[in-house]
Design a protein around this ligand. Structure first.
Ligand code: HPA
Length: 235
């Protein structure tokens, strides 16, 4: 038990999916897991454990942004000894080559967050686990998804005052999307010798203004969750 998590040791599987939204965690447990049971309800930041294709798996909401995510991820790694973390979320597109609905698999995550500056100096470059990344790419290819292994920006600001202009120099150096959590998940996973990957659906393009609609959001979410669950299967 922790101040933010009422689960007991052993309540989480070794592989945990990490959506931001608690209701998305519930939706994943209800629609994909067999034998799902709630393991955390503190602050309504829901966590569930069940099975996928007969193997134990969990899902834990992180809330939005790196400080909130860091609390849940740190505790999953330190207290619950979780080994594989797969964030499933959405991202905003910064490059017209990345279209809405495309799957962005984040190889690295640059961040403006102060969290990483104190944890890891030298402009530390948070990076994904290669084995999870390779598996996700192989599965996405087999499934015919439009995917990009890419560098993302984990920003502390959703409403960037300068809009896409605030990301111009990152875009000039290959960053294709913005989200809010990947960097701290990667940093903490390395500290605890665990694996981590971020898989995002591109929900809105900051360049064109194009946005995913409600039915597309649901079907791309389903594809992404299945991709994430199969990526973490038997690792
Ligand atoms: N900014 C940050 N995170 C996001 C965005 C965005 O524009 N779109 C989806 N997730």
């Amino acid at each position: 038990m922790t101040p933010h998590n009422e689960a007991k040791p052993g309540d989480y599987a070794e592989t945990v999916l990490l959506p931001g939204d608690p209701l998305r965690a519930k939706w994943i447990a209800e629609n994909f897991f067999d034998d799902a049971r709630q393991v955390n309800g503190v602050r309504n930041c829901l966590g569930f454990t069940g099975t996928w294709k007969g193997k134990p798996v969990s899902v834990q909401a992180t809330g939005m942004g790196q400080p909130s995510t860091a609390i849940y991820v740190h505790e999953l790694l330190d207290v619950y000894k979780v080994k594989n973390l797969i964030r499933v979320g959405t991202c905003g597109g910064l490059n017209p080559k990345v279209k809405v609905r495309d799957v962005v698999i984040a190889m690295t995550a640059s961040t403006d967050s102060a969290m990483n500056q104190s944890f890891a100096p030298f402009s530390y470059a948070p990076f994904a686990d290669y084995e999870l990344l390779r598996r996700a790419v192989d599965l996405a290819t087999t499934r015919g998804f439009r995917w990009h292994v890419a560098s993302v920006s984990s920003s502390d600001t959703f409403y960037a005052p300068g809009g896409i202009g605030d990301y111009k120099k990152l875009v000039a150096h290959g960053v294709v999307a913005v989200e809010m959590e990947a960097a701290i998940i990667y940093t903490l996973a390395k500290r605890f010798d665990a694996r981590a990957l971020t898989i995002c659906t591109m929900s809105d393009c900051l360049v064109s203004g194009e946005e995913i609609d409600a039915s597309e959001r649901q079907s791309s979410l389903k594809d992404m969750v299945e991709l994430a669950l199969d990526t973490g299967l038997d690792i």
